[in-house]
Ligand binder design. Structure first.
Ligand code: ADP
Length: 606
């Protein structure tokens, strides 16, 4: 069966696409299917009316013109997506249509009308515009963003979009970046980051780096930077990755600033630890003190204690020092004092406190931060030094007084032409005093040389017996003691003679000094395989067993008060140093009440 005109009419009628026909010079709407009426929001009364009358809102729009030109020329018209503003629901609304206007011919081949086929593309067009708009917004966002953004095509790593912040971040000109592949543009980062970017493209998993340390050639100069950045995959509808968005921020300043603060803190902490400084933080308003472990330990506690307890720890005589220092700190903002504290175990310790006051905006003191140091040992050394100076001056003063006396007597004797025998006695006395002084001064000089590590030896060959006899002249001259030199006195030594003499003098003088009631002193020389041992024996009080280990320490004196005997506590210390410098040993065998044998050895050359 041939399709009839009515068949076509039926097809048009049921078409979901708007189809209508206009005929004659006035473009009378002769056919308009339901889809058309719906699109126009008109009823069937428009059929039979001229186009412009049915759709007056289209007066300023080009559609009637297009229809008429098709009618006149017979040339069909194909549109793009075109905007149409139609009165729908009583309101002028915008739609988009794609349409074709086709001429209709009569039997004579003359155009009698135009058929319009329309497709509503409003939704599509809106979606496209939305995408375009959002792309535009994104683009503007990217451009103006304060963070560096760079969009890189996934397939060939070509840089598609880059903003000014990114250019600034990488220190490049736009032309050095745009239309280059990323690793051509920034080759110095390729080694570390190309594999990472490839992985993001392969896996679709973003990569985030915090404070990545990176050297970039910025404006021609290599610079070390810290950068926070993200490689964010940009996916297509189908899930494939078509680009990588790089977002980066230069955090160098923050990192450097933070690190230097951390450095300073770390250095401060180390200094505090190394110096064994205790720290405290006093809240002046609440009177609560926060103390460090070291602080508590300095006060003799193994845990923090209330401030009241700390204040009670001060030595009763020194509380005033602390109170006055705090009063002063109230005026100056600085606290400083040295005072004694008493530990729970009753031991006494010296501390040095230093602190600074902090004020709030109305100048009220609110906080005090400070440090304390245990200076007990320092104070002990200081005390020892002071004692030493007074003892040393006293030691020098004694022979000096007797020297002065001897010289005064000599002066008188000479002026009065006195007894020559007496003159020589006093000259001897003066000499003894002088050598005592000389020996003391030499000891003092030696101590400073030993402490400075500068005790040099000046070795020569000499006979042990000769050296010993000479060193003991003064004792023999004084005539109060019976001195015997026994053993292998002929043995030849190779040593610093004057220094070994000093050792002998020290030992003999001690024997004289600490055994005043016993007259006998024996000096014995004994040859062994590779050493010679020289011993000085007295028959005095001897030394208590527990004191022996300390005898050779600097400033050590058994009777530290010096009530019975005076001395510097240096003789044995210097002797030990001299002997040890020679490669020998020094020691003592002593028993309280029976006397002592002080001995030393010297190596003998092979
Ligand atoms: P000092 O200048 O005090 O004599 P030394 O270093 O020579 O210093 O001696 C240290 C201490 O050893 C002395 O103070 C003394 O108590 C003790 N001492 C040294 N020699 C003897 C000795 N022969 N008999 C008893 N005690 C001695």
């Amino acid at each position: 069966m041939e399709p009839t005109a009515s068949t076509f009419r039926d097809i048009v009628e049921i078409s979901p696409f708007p189809v209508y026909v206009c005929t004659g010079d006035d473009m009378i709407i002769t056919v308009a299917n339901n889809a058309t009426l719906k699109a126009w929001d008109r009823d069937s009364s428009v059929i039979g009316k001229p186009f412009f009358e049915a759709l007056p809102e289209l007066e300023d729009q080009p559609f009637l013109g297009y229809l008429q030109s098709v009618y006149r020329t017979g040339k069909p018209f194909y549109s793009d997506n075109s905007r149409v503003d139609l009165l729908v629901g009583g309101m002028l609304q915008t739609f988009y249509y794609k349409f074709t206007y086709q001429p209709m011919y009569d039997a004579d081949g003359k155009v009698y009308g135009v058929v319009a086929f329309n497709t509503d593309v409003t939704e599509l067009e809106r979606a496209r515009q939305a995408v375009e708009e959002s792309e535009m917004t994104l683009y503007n966002l990217v451009r103006q963003a304060p963070v560096g953004i760079c969009i890189i095509r996934a397939n060939d790593l070509m840089i598609e979009v880059v903003n000014d912040s990114y250019l600034e971040l990488v220190g490049r000109k736009r032309r050095e970046i745009e239309n280059h592949t990323i690793w051509d543009a920034i080759p110095e980062a390729a080694e570390s980051y190309a594999p990472i970017m490839n992985r993001v493209i392969d896996t679709g998993i973003a990569y985030t780096a915090k404070e990545a340390e990176l050297v970039l050639i910025r404006n021609g100069k290599p610079e070390m930077l810290f950068i926070d950045f993200v490689y964010e995959p940009v996916t297509h509808f189908d899930g494939s990755i078509n680009a990588i968005m790089v977002i980066g921020i230069d955090v160098t300043d923050q990192v450097v600033a933070r690190r230097s603060i951390e450095d300073i803190e770390e250095r401060g902490r180390l200094a505090i630890e190394a110096a064994e400084i205790g720290t405290f933080d006093l809240n002046i308003l609440t009177q609560i003190t926060v103390t460090s472990d070291r602080f508590n330990a300095i006060f003799g506690f193994d845990k923090p204690v209330p401030r009241r307890k700390l204040i009670e720890s001060f030595h009763p005589e020194d509380r005033i020092i602390r109170d006055q220092a705090h009063e002063e700190a109230g005026k100056t903002g600085y606290l400083f004092y040295e005072a004694r504290i008493i530990h729970p175990d009753e031991s006494v310790h010296w501390i040095r406190t230093q602190a600074k006051t902090y004020y709030d905006t109305d100048n009220t003191p609110v906080r005090m931060l400070g440090t304390i140091l245990d200076i007990t040992e320092f104070k002990r050394l200081q005390q020892q030094k002071d004692d030493f100076i007074s003892v040393a001056s006293h030691e020098l003063k004694t022979p000096m007084t007797s020297l002065k006396a001897s010289i005064q007597i000599l002066d008188k004797l000479i002026k009065t032409n006195g007894d020559t025998g007496k003159i020589s006695t006093f000259i001897e006395k003066a000499n003894i005093s002088l050598s005592k002084m000389q020996h003391l001064i030499e000891s003092l000089l030696n101590v400073s040389k030993i402490t400075a590590g500068q005790l040099a030896l000046n070795k020569s060959h000499f006979k042990a017996g000769d050296m010993i006899t000479e060193s003991c002249d003064h004792v023999r001259m004084a005539g109060d003691h019976e001195l015997s030199i026994t053993g292998d006195t002929d043995i030849e030594l190779y040593a610093d003679r004057s220094k070994i003499e000093q050792v002998i003098v020290n030992l003999v003088n001690n024997a004289v000094k600490y055994a005043p009631l016993s007259r006998r002193i024996i000096i014995h020389v004994a040859r062994r395989t590779k050493t010679v041992k020289i011993a000085v024996q007295d028959f005095g009080e001897g030394i208590a067993y527990d004191k022996i280990p300390h005898l050779f320490e600097r400033y050590y004196r058994v009777d530290a008060t010096g009530v019975q005997y005076s001395g510097l506590g240096l003789g044995l210390y210097i002797s030990a140093e001299i002997v040890e410098r020679h490669g020998g040993k020094i020691g003592v065998n002593s028993e309280a009440g029976k006397g002592s044998i002080f001995w030393f050895t010297l190596p003998i050359g092979d």
